[in-house]
Write a protein that binds this ligand. Structure first.
Ligand code: ITT
Length: 177
């Protein structure tokens, strides 16, 4: 059993489909202002590790849009809460370069070992409209091969997503140890 510290049910569902033995812990932690997802995840882990017993993981993810110089990146949660998907589509109006990627960094710790981290990315593009009602966050505006992540079921998203890649890397590391 692994404690997965997250407030996000969608994340939990995707990770649970990969691990099968996670427990969601919505205990909150401060997301520091930093330049990288790795720093955010590492600091977050330092904050929660003493509050739970046994294996703990948390994940920080972000959307990086090439034409916006990587924005919203580490600010993805705040931007989603404020301007949302409609705001991103507006910022992209008239923009021909739609390239973007999601990145996920998962941090994992257990008693007696130093925190380890794994990352994963999925590359795609920002669409011209929001489509689909599955998933969460930026999924309706992020397209891979003309299908938005919000049009895919969880199984399909888990075949290609940033999160599935980082989480599978962690899972394999745990198995191979
Ligand atoms: P926790 O930090 O509690 O885990 P969160 O939703 O705040 O949950 P992040 O800070 O990692 O998670 O996510 C940053 C933002 O990016 C947030 O608004 C998410 O909705 C969005 N996001 C992350 N992964 C996503 C995905 O797979 N599809 C669409 N949006 C995603």
């Amino acid at each position: 059993m692994i404690h997965f510290v997250t407030s996000n049910k969608g994340k939990y569902a995707e990770a649970q489909a990969i691990f099968g033995d996670l427990v969601q812990r919505d205990i909150g932690y401060a997301e520091i202002q930093a330049d990288t997802l790795e720093e955010v995840a590492l600091y977050g882990m330092e904050e929660v590790i003493g509050r739970l017993e046994g294996p703990v993981m948390l994940e920080d993810a972000g959307l990086f849009v090439q034409a916006l110089q990587g924005f919203p990146g580490v600010y993805s949660a705040y931007v989603q809460k404020t301007i949302g998907n409609a705001g991103i589509l507006r910022l992209m109006e008239g923009q021909e370069n739609r390239s973007a990627y999601f990145k996920s960094v998962v941090a994992y710790a257990e008693p007696g070992i130093k925190t380890v981290m794994f990352s994963g990315e999925v590359h795609g593009r920002i669409g011209f409209e929001a489509r689909g009602n599955r998933g969460f966050g930026y999924d309706p505006i992020f397209y891979v091969d003309d299908v938005s992540l919000a049009e895919m079921d969880l199984e399909k998203k888990n075949q290609i997503s940033h999160r599935a890649k980082s989480m599978r890397a962690l899972k394999n590391w745990r198995i191979g140890r």
